[in-house]
Design a protein around this ligand. Structure first.
Ligand code: NAD
Length: 503
């Protein structure tokens, strides 16, 4: 069996969690709890409250009060900058502890924390990036269209109470991507983390309490989508919903937003292509593509490029390297420095991924490696799936259309650039893509032609200051950059007539 995670839990002093409502750490109104099961060992880690609709109501009312009556929406820009920078410093100071708590949540190996986009350094940089916006949220001065002496100004004001819901796979990064712009804009927040990754989020909220953020500005309610998440997204006092998660739940969030005409931002799933031309460095393209689908989070990444569109002349070389990368995946305790990848988050997801792998074989794809649970009796208590590589995939197969969220790469051959574009865009999603080529003109043509929120050339790297989000069913809105901060504001037009009476 994988080494017990309990000694790490005890060393960190992790006990049962509580929710943060109006500055108090509380249990659920009916004392109900959720017991977190570790995905690598099947052990129970600790418990946390399952928020009832009444708890969510209290949290939203606290955030409403903090917005309508509290100082935060009117705080000087310099004050908001200072608080956000202090949060960034606290994250850096507690980086090790936060990574270990995240490993107790979702079993992401500590070694993966060295990847910038998954690291506490990235989380801190997201807060710093938004601290930089807090004193630059500005409107415009417009010329009077019809002449006259008056002035037309636009102001950006905080949108109000934000209901934020995040998934389990990158809880700290996604906490930051929602809470940092919301606070920078002057909003108040009720955040619900995933029931599969709660403890690192609670600790980060506790650290934020060490700053001068007034009580009620940040509230955290815990528990599953139903009832906690559903109560939050349908609460009439929430002004904006900010959701990251699956397309299916994102659609429910959109319906809930429609009921109250709430503002809404959605960061959803993907079925992103890695497009490999014959003039590329095929070995690097294959290593990076297979690596991001199998190492670290075992493909449980929204931007994972799970469709490798490979020029037919390069397919055999691509498959050989990708298969080799699959052998580098090493499973076990996330605290073991030799471990390079994670189990699937729960048994429901394990069954789903194994079902999709079976469907791939039934539909005629050729299995190159993997195809079932990872070998080894010691892994039997965890949700480990062997790195899986499919060849001869066609873009209409289930494994090429559905977001699998597991360590499964499908290789689809193409013969021309035109066909590559058609295949890349033949998906409901549009989150991310990478083009692999040594021809800069081709790279430019492809980046323009692919319908995706982020397109990399010969690599892919998230940055805290660059907008991230999806075309089509991958979402609505962006996180990072000007678009993100502005989505937490309302635009107000002010007309200033310079009449004698006003002088
Ligand atoms: P999920 O949609 O199952 O859950 C996400 C969150 O929604 C959780 O907190 C969950 O409790 C909550 N929820 C579930 N039902 C709800 C309801 N009816 N009302 C309100 N809240 C509800 O997703 P997951 O399995 O936690 O995460 C994986 C998904 O997240 C994948 O689809 C992945 O692509 C996506 N994701 C997207 C991004 C991005 O930036 N685009 C980043 C990370 C993950």
């Amino acid at each position: 069996m994988v080494a017990s995670i309990k000694p790490h839990r005890d060393e960190l002093g992790l006990g049962d969690g509580r929710m943060l409502i109006d500055g108090d750490w509380v249990t659920a109104a009916d004392e109900a709890t959720w017991s977190h099961v570790h995905p690598a060992t099947g052990e129970q880690v600790a418990e946390f409250p399952v928020a009832t609709p009444a708890d969510v109501d209290r949290a939203v009312k606290a955030a409403r009060r903090a917005f309508d009556e509290g100082p935060w929406p009117h705080a000087r820009a310099g004050e908001r900058v200072r608080v956000l920078r202090t949060i960034a410093d606290l994250v850096r100071e507690h980086a090790d502890e936060l990574m270990k708590l995240q490993a107790l949540d979702n079993s992401v190996p500590l070694s993966f924390g060295e990847i910038y986009a998954m690291s506490p350094g990235f989380v801190a940089d997201v807060f710093d990036h938004h601290a930089g916006w807090a004193d630059k949220i500005a409107g415009e001065t417009l010329p009077p269209y019809q002449g006259g002496d008056h002035m037309v100004l636009t102001l950006r004001e905080p949108v109000g109470v934000v209901g934020a819901v995040i998934p389990w796979n990158a809880p700290l990064v996604l906490f930051a991507q929602k809470v940092a712009p919301a606070l920078a804009a002057g909003c108040t927040v009720v955040l619900k983390p995933s029931e599969y990754a709660t403890f690192a989020v609670l600790r980060l909220a506790q650290l934020i309490e060490e700053t001068d953020l007034p009580a009620g500005v940040l509230n955290v309610v815990t528990g599953p989508g139903d009832p906690a998440g559903q109560a939050l997204i349908s609460h009439p006092m929430v002004d904006k919903l900010s959701f990251t998660g699956s397309r299916a739940v994102g659609q429910k969030v959109m319906v809930a937003a429609a009921a109250g005409c709430k503002r809404v931002s959605l960061e959803l799933g993907g079925k992103s292509p890695s497009v490999v031309f014959q003039d590329a460095d095929i070995g690097t393209a294959a290593a990076v593509t297979m690596g991001t689908v199998t190492l670290g989070l075992s493909g449980q990444v929204c931007a994972a490029q799970t469709r490798a569109l490979v020029h037919r002349d390069a397919v055999e070389e691509f498959l050989a390297t990708a298969e080799l990368i699959g052998t580098m995946v090493s499973y076990g305790s996330p605290f073991d420095p030799e471990v390079t990848s994670a189990p699937l988050i729960n048994t429901r997801q394990l069954d789903r991924v194994l079902g999709l792998i079976a469907r791939g074989q039934e539909e005629g794809a050729r299995l190159v490696c993997g195809g079932g649970r990872a070998d080894g009796d010691e892994l039997a208590h965890g949700n480990f799936v062997a790195p899986t590589l499919f060849a001869d995939v066609s873009n209409d197969m289930s494994i090429a259309r559905e977001e699998i969220f597991g360590p499964v790469l499908s290789v689809i051959p193409f013969d021309s650039e035109q066909e590559a574009v058609r295949l890349a865009n033949d998906t409901d999603y549009g989150l991310a893509a990478t083009v692999w080529t040594s021809d800069v003109r081709r790279a430019m043509r492809m980046t323009k032609a692919i319908k995706a929120g982020t397109v990399g050339v010969n690599g892919y790297q998230l940055e805290p200051n660059s907008p991230f989000g999806g075309f089509r069913q991958s979402g609505l809105g962006r996180e990072g950059g000007r678009a993100a901060i502005e989505s937490y504001t309302e635009l107000k037009t002010v007309l200033l007539p310079f009449t004698d009476e006003m002088m």
